[in-house]
Design a protein around this ligand. Structure first.
Ligand code: URA
Length: 242
């Protein structure tokens, strides 16, 4: 349960993207904001945004502190909030979401596609990224050459990466296996740098295409085209917090 605390009304309006601090002050002073059906004029008035009802120009404001977005990340974009040279995942969001200052929960490589969670809920991000939580991450990949049952077994035991680190067991499922190319799904419970690519490199194979399709209880929504995103449902948020 989050602790309830009163906040300045102008701060709440800025948080909700109504305007800059200066703009919302003006808005309040000009009588366009109501709290619990009463017109207010003091931008410094302290209220409880969860309990008190705020209206701006007669429209109720649906307050929330956190946002949770599922993005289908395209290749070519960096999993970060800013970068001096390249486009980052936050650039794909509309200003309506950007003002909540969301950040990606973990990273996908620049050339990896698929499920990326963005939120401004630091506690949840911390929980999902904690190695102790063993949050499963499932990837779909195209691999050069034929993936074999022997490799399924090796991944099941954990493979030793080029730096000597032995991974935790991963579940490898072969979807198709041709001499030139295979399709697989791999579930891993940790998130080492380039882990999937390095696990295949450890058995002498190259990942040609990589897409994350699930993270914990979240599955990539098939209706999201590359670059599209949507808010998580409250059920999805509850599942993630479990
Ligand atoms: N493993 C990788 O190699 N790359 C990713 O982007 C995610 C997992």
């Amino acid at each position: 349960m989050t602790k309830r605390k009163k906040q300045r009304v102008d701060k709440i309006l800025v948080h909700m993207g109504i305007g800059t601090r200066k703009e919302v002050k003006k808005l309040v002073k000009s009588g366009r904001v109501m709290v619990n059906q009463e017109q207010i004029s003091d931008p410094g008035l302290h209220i409880d945004p969860q309990l008190d009802q705020i209206m701006v120009d007669g429209e109720p404001l649906h307050y929330r502190e956190y946002i949770y977005l599922m993005l289908n990340k395209p290749a070519g974009i960096i999993s970060a909030t800013e970068d001096r040279f390249a486009k980052v995942v936050v650039d794909l969001l509309s200003p309506e979401f950007q003002h909540f200052a969301p950040f990606p929960v973990g990273r996908l490589d620049k050339d990896t596609e698929g499920l990326l969670l963005l939120t401004n809920d630091g506690a949840l991000a911390h929980q999902l990224l904690s190695p102790k939580k063993l949050v499963p991450k499932t990837y779909y990949a195209k691999i050069a050459g034929k993936v074999t049952e022997a490799e399924v077994e090796l991944f099941h035991q954990g493979v030793t990466l080029e730096d000597g680190y032995k991974t935790m067991p991963g579940q490898l499922k072969i979807l198709t296996a041709g001499d030139r190319q295979s399709e697989i799904e791999l579930t891993i419970y940790e998130g080492k740098f380039h882990q999937v690519k390095r696990m295949f490199a450890a058995v002498g194979k190259k990942v040609l295409y990589l897409k994350r399709i699930a993270m914990g209880p979240l599955h990539l929504d098939p209706s999201l085209a590359l670059g599209e995103y949507r808010e998580l449902t409250s059920e999805e948020v509850q599942l993630l917090k479990k």
